[in-house]
Design a protein around this ligand. Structure first.
Ligand SMILES: O=C(O)CCC(=O)C(=O)O
Length: 292
């Protein structure tokens, strides 16, 4: 399968929307200006530095974190480089996490897919290969195995994830593996049984999917031609839905860490409930007509 990425400055929102509804994902080149990426990254690295000072016992650094963070989140920064939007907004001197998405065109794309939305799980995540003798520093996650965001955050509403590269990745630093298939194809592949999840949102819930649907060998056998591992530059964005299979793409040859900003936009007006329960039916929303 040929993968086509899209140049954000020239592509139209309907074209991006069509790509996401047809193949579950879109790679948008230069979606966020370099200047913004540099400014946000500098603010983020300052927060990491502050974190190092706080964990080394610097009381003034601890006091800065204190109002915005509970213990678990503090641990998450150390373990995964995971900085919540509340913390970022508080310590980043006037920039807000969601301003990353202020661009009118990006807003139009997001809304054309999920309607009115709420955001959740917005975070910066730093991933690197952890190997003995290779110092990536702290604050790096090991990455995540194949999943759909629906497995973790739920599938009651359609949701769009916007994953923004802050570093060059996919070759020398961990990138993303995305399976280019749409929500209907993926639901068929994973054998989605429908119904309500019994576990809480945030827990991995495999109960309503066929056994081993997410096993790497099975996914790669079924989707051999559709595994997309783009090389991404800072400011490139990958958009995918809560039905798109994806994982961290890491190889032992990758020497560099990378940061990504990840946000989920969950539609609260666009609820494809009937389609979820019956993926063979055409996928329609009340607000938008056109092919789904
Ligand atoms: O950033 C990554 O490497 C993976 C992120 C991911 O899979 C997720 O946030 O659901």
């Amino acid at each position: 399968m040929e993968f086509e990425d899209l140049d954000f400055s020239s592509v139209t929102p309907p074209r991006i929307r069509a790509a996401i509804l047809d193949q579950g994902c879109a790679v948008l080149r230069r979606a966020i200006p370099q200047e913004t990426i540099c400014r946000y990254k500098a603010a983020l690295l300052e927060i990491y530095e502050l974190y190092d000072r706080a964990t080394a016992g610097d009381q003034s650094a601890c006091d800065l974190f204190q109002p915005y963070i509970h213990d678990g989140q503090f641990v998450d920064i150390g373990k995964y480089g995971n900085v919540s939007p509340q913390l970022f907004d508080a310590l980043s001197r006037g920039q807000t996490f969601l301003d990353l998405f202020a661009d009118h065109k990006l807003q139009e794309v997001i809304q054309s897919i999920v309607g009115r939305y709420q955001t959740y799980l917005n975070t910066f995540v730093r991933v690197a290969e952890k190997r003995p003798g290779f110092d990536t520093g702290d604050k790096t996650s090991d990455g995540i195995q194949l999943h759909t965001d629906g497995v973790i955050q739920g599938d009651r509403h359609f949701a769009l994830t916007v994953w923004i590269a802050f570093d060059r990745c996919g070759q020398d630093a961990p990138g993303l593996t995305i399976i280019a298939d749409n929500h209907k194809g993926t639901r068929k592949y994973v054998g989605f049984k429908g119904g309500e999840r019994r576990s809480q949102v945030g827990e991995w819930d495999y109960e309503r999917y066929s056994k081993d649907a997410f096993a790497a060998e099975r996914v790669s056998a079924y989707y051999r031609e559709r595994m997309w591992r783009p090389i991404l530059e800072p400011g490139d964005a990958v958009l995918f839905t809560n039905w798109t299979l994806h994982a961290t793409h890491r190889t032992s040859a990758m020497r560099l860490p990378r940061i990504a900003a990840i946000t989920r936009f969950e539609g609260n007006t666009f609820n494809p409930k009937t389609s979820i329960l019956d993926w063979l039916r055409p996928f329609r929303s009340r607000r938008y007509s056109g092919r789904r």
